[in-house]
Design a protein around this ligand. Sequence first.
Ligand code: BGC
Length: 335
Amino acid sequence: MKKLTIIFIAALLCCGCGKAPQQTAKDIKIGLSIPTQREERWVRDVQQLRKEAAALGVELLVKVSENDTARQLAQCEELLQQNISVLIVGPHDAAAAAEIVEQAVQKGVKVISYDRLILNADVDLYVSFDNVKVGEIQARYLTRLAPSGKYVVLSGAPTDNNAKLFRLGALNILRPLVNEGRIKIVMDRAIPDWNPAQATRLMEKALADNSGDIQAVLAPNDATAGGVIQALAMYKLAGTVPVSGQDSEAAAARRILAGTQSMTVFKDTRQLAAAAFGAAMSFAAGGEAPVNAEVSNGKINVPSLLLEPIAVDGANLHKVLVNSGYLKHEDVYRN
Ligand code: BGC
């Protein structure tokens, strides 16, 4: 996002045309509210956002809501008291977070919906990935390995708009095969808070109800894939039943190399964080942010920047995840 930094610096310099600049990077404060640090990816998001801020000497105020709606609202209220120019929010609860946006609007603070869309609110920008495509990539991969048979379809937290989009994408691929009678979905369940232990419990139930006869499992992310694989291992089926994932966590990369997880989806959180931070800086300088889409959140069409997800399996894992520096060699190849 070098381009955005340049736009920002140009905007700052422009304030200097004729009169003294009113705001330097050091005067700017950005608020960041992140839903969780449980999945490795959110840790990386925060790391990268801190790096971006440090590079420009901008103060980034970070709050983590630990999957708690009320806590996120209280933390954002706190951030809004601290003279921030922009608030970047990864909402825990897409609908409840509308309240955060209302408060920001009252204070004249712009809101960037980060990775997850905030519904029914005047969000200024949504920065994420093409999340329908994520679900399509997962399901397409599974249907190549298991073109017919019994499928378990798990989806993420019902409070997370992304979970709906991933499932929508997956069903775009699975539904025609269901209609043709090739695939039968024997379980279709959401996992509150994306809880891996719940994924294990649901998978155990699916295996028990079907006497272990399952041909593929759509796990919505790597953490829940880990949970599913634990249940498969109890039935000595880990490595024989295809399981999808998402996030490119180091543990998932190791499972892919060990053959127990079939694939993951790579969403480069470094790019996401850089894009969101660049946009925040541009907003702080009174500018605009680059967009490539519009996504309805039920109230408005939110100007959006959607990045591309990439399918990763054993064939391209090293190149995409290790050579790019996303995962460390020792974390991937450790036993
Ligand atoms: C994110 C995924 C993540 C999940 C659980 C989703 O909104 O897009 O990358 O695995 O939340 O945190």
